[in-house]
Design a protein around this ligand. Structure first.
Ligand code: FAD
Ligand code: NDP
Ligand code: 3IO
Length: 401
């Protein structure tokens, strides 16, 4: 049955019926679901607001970025990284991999289509997904399944603070920072001490700028490696055997041994351990790739002082944008993340799915993608078989004798 149009919902653009799921976002999550569906012969449409795949990686990250988890935790399903990739691939290597991933599975997202709203139409049991493109034309996609893969980092968080509007220097968000060339010899205030803030500071140091970092609350900094083994890998192995709080204790002891007492640089540690904090609140620990040694080599601690700076970089994080377009309140909460925690966050009612919202980076996204593609594939095949059977019956004509 085709959807009934409501009075208050008058729509003038194109209308496209999709025989399969609509996937919102062509980042690693959307591509991984696409690959799983392609393998089963299930048709789908990926809607992407940018003009390329993985726009977070291509357009909103700095040049020097490398994956900070070892490569085995960052591969997408069904297609491994090339063998010559280093332990921590560069962003360019990762982007090349994603491009070949899309090519391998013949995934062609619809670019420049930003999803403005998605609503379940109970009258026909279908999702109605409206997009607007660059030329302002609108399209409505109608489908049985909706896969939300728009990312945990869809929008930048830009805080308001006193004096920001009067400040005459240059203010950017970390997502617009590429390299420190233009900051040579300048005093730069970096607001935020997550992985972005830390790595932007390090890059500024490499470019002979003088960064100061605002540390609002507390942060766990861990060495990226512990005795030659990736901290993340070590944590994952330990968690199979011992409780998470004990793993945290071990990580913190190792961090103390390797990094020393970081509190003396003004970096207070949260009371909860690093992995528990990541699990409970989604706050990612900083994996140090050299910033700490720069702090040691001489950054002053400023507290309540007035700082004279030339530029500001807001490394204040990101948010999901799902609440701005998804008209639904059972599966996603107001913060733009699924209400049910991992591992039950991938499937909702009425054909809605979420991929890449478990705060477990690329490995979490891959796990979601496999489950979602399998689930949709199973239902799609069953329904398609039934439909074909029906069509077969209705088209049957008794041959003339
Ligand atoms: C600087 C940085 C470094 C990171 N490094 C690592 C790492 O080393 N290892 C790791 O595991 N994770 C890392 N992450 C986490 C990151 O979330 C994942 O790497 C990955 O990008 C998540 O993929 P995704 O497809 O879920 O989201 P995204 O990559 O954000 O892709 C979502 C896509 O959806 C599109 N979109 C959003 N809203 C709409 C809309 N309304 N309509 C249409 N399209 C829309 C976006 O344009 C985007 O292309 C990093 C994150 C950042 C910010
Ligand atoms: N190499 C890599 O792989 C990298 C990975 N990433 C990943 O990208 C994701 C996003 O990281 P990131 O961009 O660092 O964001 P985060 O959300 O991790 O960190 C944001 C930081 O900004 C601070 N902050 C927010 N608002 C304010 C404010 N108004 N005043 C002062 N401080 C403020 C936060 O402080 P508070 O804690 O007090 O809220 C926090 O320190 C993470 O998952 C991270 O791991 C990022 C960079 C590199
Ligand atoms: O980089 C990110 O955003 C990630 O979410 C990767 C990640 C998942 N679990 C972690 C635990 C410690 C450090 C990074 C991660």
């Amino acid at each position: 049955m085709l959807p009934a149009f409501e009075h208050d919902d008058f729509f003038t653009g194109r209308c496209i019926l999709v025989n399969g799921p609509v996937i919102v976002g062509a980042g690693p999550s959307g591509l991984a679901v696409g690959a799983g569906l392609k393998q089963q012969g299930v048709p789908f449409v990926i809607l992407e607001r940018a003009n390329c795949i993985a726009s977070l990686w291509q357009n909103r990250t700095y040049d020097r970025l490398k994956l900070h988890l070892p490569k085995q935790f960052c591969e997408l399903p069904y297609y491994p990284f090339p063998e010559n990739f280093p332990e921590y691939p560069t962003k360019h290597q990762f982007i090349n991999y994603l491009e070949s991933y899309a090519r391998k599975f013949d995934i062609e997202p619809k670019f420049n289509e930003s999803v403005q709203s998605a609503k379940y139409d109970e009258s026909c049991g279908l999702w109605r997904v409206k997009t607007v493109s660059k030329d302002n034309s609108t399209t409505e996609y109608i489908c049985r399944w909706l896969v939300v893969a728009s990312g945990e980092n869809a929008e930048k968080v830009v805080p308001e603070f006193e004096g920001l509007h009067e400040f005459e220097g240059n203010v950017i968000h970390a997502c617009d920072y590429k390299t420190g060339g233009i900051y040579r010899g300048k005093r730069v205030l970096v607001v935020g001490c997550g992985n972005s803030g830390m790595e932007v500071c390090l890059d500024l140091c490499h470019h002979q700028a003088s960064p100061s970092m605002v540390v609002r609350s507390s942060v766990h900094v861990l060495p990226r490696e512990i005795f030659g083994k990736s901290t993340f890998e070590l944590a994952v192995s330990l968690m199979k055997w011992i409780p998470i709080w004990l793993v945290d204790k071990i990580l913190l002891a190792a961090a103390r041994l390797i990094l020393g007492n970081i509190e003396k640089y003004g970096l207070k540690r949260p009371t909860m351990g690093p992995l528990e904090l990541k699990n409970c609140e989604g706050k990612t620990p900083v994996l140090d790739i050299g910033t700490l040694s720069r702090i040691r080599s001489g950054v002053e601690l400023v507290n309540g002082e007035i700082l004279d700076v030339d530029s500001i970089i807001l490394a204040t994080g990101y948010s999901s944008n799902v609440p701005s377009w998804l008209k639904e309140n059972e599966f996603f909460s107001k913060d733009g993340f699924p209400i049910s925690p991992f591992p039950n966050s991938w499937k909702g009612k009425a054909g809605i799915y979420a991929v890449g919202f478990t705060r477990r980076g690329l490995s979490g996204a891959s796990l979601d993608a496999i489950k979602v593609a399998q689930d949709i594939g199973k239902i799609w095949k069953k329904e398609t078989k039934q439909k074909n059977h029906c069509v077969g019956v209705s088209c049957y004509r008794k041959p003339k004798p």
